[in-house]
Ligand binder design. Structure first.
Ligand SMILES: *[C@@H]1O[C@H](CO)[C@@H](O)[C@H](O)[C@H]1NC(C)=O
Ligand SMILES: *[C@@H]1O[C@H](CO)[C@@H](O)[C@H](O)[C@H]1NC(C)=O
Ligand SMILES: *[C@@H]1O[C@H](CO)[C@@H](O)[C@H](O)[C@H]1NC(C)=O
Ligand SMILES: *[C@@H]1O[C@H](CO)[C@@H](O)[C@H](O)[C@H]1NC(C)=O
Ligand SMILES: *[C@@H]1O[C@H](CO)[C@@H](O)[C@H](O)[C@H]1NC(C)=O
Ligand SMILES: *[C@@H]1O[C@H](CO)[C@@H](O)[C@H](O)[C@H]1NC(C)=O
Length: 447
């Protein structure tokens, strides 16, 4: 009796492992975070609905080719996130070892209640551990709908944002302060700047240019005082923050007509173009949101003033109108993940990403890393600080495991059914809990 039991236990563990690690099917989401470390597109946080709290960190392997609608997500450390958050910002340290996660609508992992007792978390990629850094300096403010950016001396800049002071109605305040998180000294500072302050703003995009100028585009702003409705930031009125002088300035961009928007994304190409995608418009009168035109546009930052243009083929095979997605640039591809479709009012499938080739300026369906890696760079840095990829060793181990799995697939099915029932039960018990509606999941999509 003893031996067969151990054998069964062994098989059970392997199958559970394959099911969890290899066949991870992440919940759909919006207002999540994504960044690229070590040829992996990491995804975490974000919101689906009031009863789905996801603490997973998972990734898409960018070292192999894939079709954009046949993805294999891999789960890292199940339920490892220390907090449940959406509308937060996540920034990668200069040595690519540490993720700084700040702000958002944060909820306690055990109670699911709002919990803003700690606002900055770090994730150490080599050791796969989350921790709570001790930060010196000023008090860290509670903020949502912010986006941070890091300069080449390791300072993260976080501009303005929103704070929902009533977490039921989601009413709150917009800000225009500049907060900096020094990742070398581990200090937080709210800069005191008086000249040329921009209007209070959130839901913008941000990119830092090689000359140290930070470019803020779009979002919503508060033209009156606090409580009255917000308006869309004119997308031509670009906010610039000079990290060398700590001074603000504004620039009126020229060129093609682009709808103003919020909850969109931007990436900066090596040749100085900021490519924006998606997002939504916003009607101050009834807080209604709808799709934008064009969905994709480029801002040439090499010109003064900056100039907007619409790539001629960018509507061909374009993704639908989505917002609350993320975008990351990896060599020649801008990769769009998750988000919410404004036309169908459905979430983007978790089995699909959208790929925009920044060289050929068109949407493509195949991702092939080696081909496009070589066209962009010749000196890929040697990753000495990062651990040897587990995936290769995993693949060999799993090769054997899969062989076993084929032979005893009936057990797999049994376990699968078992797990489904378990998840269903877990979901039911969550729904029985008295969970607050997440602001932004009702008609007040904006906040
Ligand atoms: C939330 O989403 C999950 C996953 O799709 C689903 O099972 C659940 O029924 C949803 N709950 C509500 C309240 O919509
Ligand atoms: C971090 O990653 C980026 C691109 O992924 C690379 O250009 C950079 O050299 C890396 N930095 C270090 C210190 O490895
Ligand atoms: C921000 O909102 C929280 C509630 O979500 C509130 O407790 C806090 O006082 C607010 N902060 C400011 C500065 O208004
Ligand atoms: C917060 O909003 C809810 C719903 O609109 C309202 O009933 C409640 O009175 C508000 N709370 C405060 C402190 O204003
Ligand atoms: C940009 O345009 C606005 C109005 O269209 C004008 O008030 C402002 O002075 C301009 N700013 C710059 C820097 O030219
Ligand atoms: C890779 O880049 C080249 C041009 O740089 C382009 O022609 C090709 O289509 C790209 N491949 C993919 C799969 O996007």
């Amino acid at each position: 009796m003893h031996l067969p039991f151990n054998l069964l236990k062994f098989i059970f563990c392997i199958l559970l492992f394959i099911n969890l690690i290899l066949c991870y099917d992440p919940p759909k989401r919006r207002f999540h975070n994504s960044l690229i470390i070590d040829d992996r597109l990491l995804i975490f946080s974000g919101v689906l609905n009031a009863s789905t709290h996801t603490f997973e960190l998972f990734y898409l392997d960018l070292s192999t080719s894939f079709e954009n609608n046949k993805l294999t997500w891999t789960l890292i450390n199940e339920k490892s996130l220390p907090v449940y958050t959406s509308r937060s910002t996540a920034i990668l340290s200069l040595d690519n070892s540490t993720i700084y996660l700040y702000g958002g609508l944060m909820r306690n992992k055990d109670t699911y209640d709002y919990d803003f007792s700690n606002l900055v978390y770090t994730y150490n990629y080599p050791t796969s551990t989350w921790s709570t850094p001790k930060l010196g300096g000023d008090t860290v403010p509670i903020r949502q709908n912010i986006k941070g950016v890091i300069d080449n001396s390791g300072i993260i800049y976080i501009f303005g944002g929103y704070n929902a002071t009533n977490l039921t109605s989601n009413k709150g305040h917009l800000y225009n302060d500049m907060n900096i998180l020094n990742t070398v000294l581990n200090t937080w500072t709210t800069l005191s700047i008086s000249g040329n302050l921009p209007i209070r703003c959130a839901h913008y995009t941000v990119n830092i240019l090689p000359n140290g100028n930070i470019v803020y585009i779009g979002g919503v702003e508060d033209v009156s005082d606090y409580t009255v409705g917000f308006t869309l930031v004119n997308i031509n009125q670009i906010k610039l923050f000079d990290t060398n002088t700590y001074e603000w300035s504004q620039m009126n961009a020229t060129g093609d007509k682009i709808d103003s928007r919020l909850s969109f994304t931007s990436v900066l190409t090596p040749d100085g173009y900021i490519i924006i995608f998606g997002g939504s418009t916003y009607a101050t009168t009834n807080a209604d949101i709808s799709s934008v035109n064009p969905k994709l546009a480029m801002l040439n930052t090499n010109k003064n003033p900056f100039e907007w243009s619409i790539p001629s083929n960018s509507e061909v095979n374009s993704p639908p109108s989505i917002y609350g997605h993320t975008a990351n640039l990896y060599y020649d591809h801008m990769i769009i993940t998750f988000g919410f479709n404004l036309d169908t009012r459905l979430y983007s499938s978790s089995g699909q990403v959208y790929l925009y080739n920044i060289k050929s300026n068109e949407w493509v369906t195949t991702f092939s890393p080696t081909e496009n890696k070589s066209t962009t760079t010749t000196d890929k840095p040697i990753k000495t600080t990062l651990p040897a990829k587990k995936s290769k060793a995993l693949a060999i181990g799993l090769g054997t495991a899969i062989g076993v799995a084929v032979l005893i697939s009936f057990i797999f099915i049994a376990i699968f059914v078992f797990r489904r029932i378990k998840t269903k039960r877990a979901n039911q018990s969550w729904q029985n809990k008295d969970i607050l509606e997440i602001p932004g999941d009702n008609q007040n999509e904006l906040y």
